[in-house]
Design a protein around this ligand. Structure first.
Ligand code: GUN
Length: 295
């Protein structure tokens, strides 16, 4: 079994990005700058955003964290977005999801300038991606594709089952895996809560991408010998033996599945760091485009 190590690979790719920053940025030309809007006190969102900001420092990017209270109105967030769209100092920005219930995520998403949309959630980018045109791609699916590419996982003609159909992971990774690309070119099935005989479907898969948010959902008896397993889940489960009283597990029962598969991503340390690396790469991409740097 090959461990697809997202921490190790992220280290390599982030060093590559850091070198590009050193080569292209100087006193005359500022470095790329990512901003993040965080509304409310969701602890998971706070941790994710903290990691994204920390990663910016690691590669020499500038970063701005805009923290707003839970009570912030939709109008205030829209005004903030209008400012970021105008700013000459900010290359890309994200609005961390989920937003408080009184804010319409779709309205917020539509207000983001597609050129600065480093999450790739705006219909302009998402639609371009679906058509196979150059686009800023959502960070988690892009991170998975980078992982498959760098580990040279063969996906051509393989049956890839995606568990979950979210706009952030399931739907975009299904699109990317089905495109005539390398990695990609797979035969993709999207499975969800209404899928019949999910276990049998999973057993027919050469590759499973689990993104449903249920701790340890995928068990060894649902996996074909030699399958490739990508675990997107980040779930907190109670564990008294840990200092924090909990630990993180994925959507895959790692201990049993690792004996059967040919390759697997761990949680933590698999897809999570690759998501942040892909976000950095998107920020570089949009920066390079506006500063006429050839990629
Ligand atoms: N919440 C969970 N994943 C993401 C992500 O990739 N981007 C944003 N903005 N919010 C998220």
């Amino acid at each position: 079994m090959k461990l697809l190590d997202g921490v190790h690979l992220s280290g390599i790719i982030r060093r590559e990005i850091a070198i590009r920053v050193m080569e292209h940025c100087s006193n005359q030309r500022r470095s790329p700058h990512l901003a993040a809007i965080l509304v409310g006190n969701n602890p998971a969102s706070q941790a994710y955003v903290r990691n994204k900001i920390k990663a910016c420092e690691e590669v020499g990017f500038g970063s701005t964290l805009i923290k707003k209270p839970e009570t912030t109105s939709e109008q205030e967030v829209l005004e903030l977005i209008a400012e970021l769209n105008q700013s000459k100092e900010i290359d890309g920005y994200i609005v961390q999801l989920p937003l408080p219930r009184h804010i319409d995520e779709e309205k917020i998403n539509l207000a983001i300038d597609p050129i600065k949309d480093v999450d790739g959630f705006h219909p302009n980018n998402f639609g371009r991606m679906a058509l196979g045109l150059p686009a800023l791609k959502p960070a988690t699916p892009k991170g998975i594709m980078m992982l498959l590419e760098r580990y040279q996982i063969e996906t051509d003609g393989k049956h890839c089952v995606v568990l979950g159909r979210s706009n952030i992971v399931g739907t975009p990774i299904s699109l990317l895996m089905s495109k005539k690309t390398k990695p990609g070119n797979a035969t993709v099935t999207i499975a969800h809560s209404r899928t019949h005989d999910l276990a049998a479907l999973c057993r027919s898969a050469d590759m499973i991408i689990a993104a449903l948010g249920i701790p340890k959902f995928l068990k060894a008896d649902m996996v074909k010998d030699g399958a490739v397993i990508i675990d997107v889940g980040i779930n907190k489960i109670a564990d008294e033996t840990h200092p924090k009283g909990y630990r993180l597990v994925g959507d895959v029962d790692f201990e049993s599945v690792k004996e059967k598969c040919s390759a697997i991503t761990p949680v933590p340390g698999g897809v999570g760091p690759m998501t942040i690396t892909a976000l950095l790469d998107n920020t570089w991409e949009t920066y390079a485009k506006t500063h006429s740097i050839n990629l």
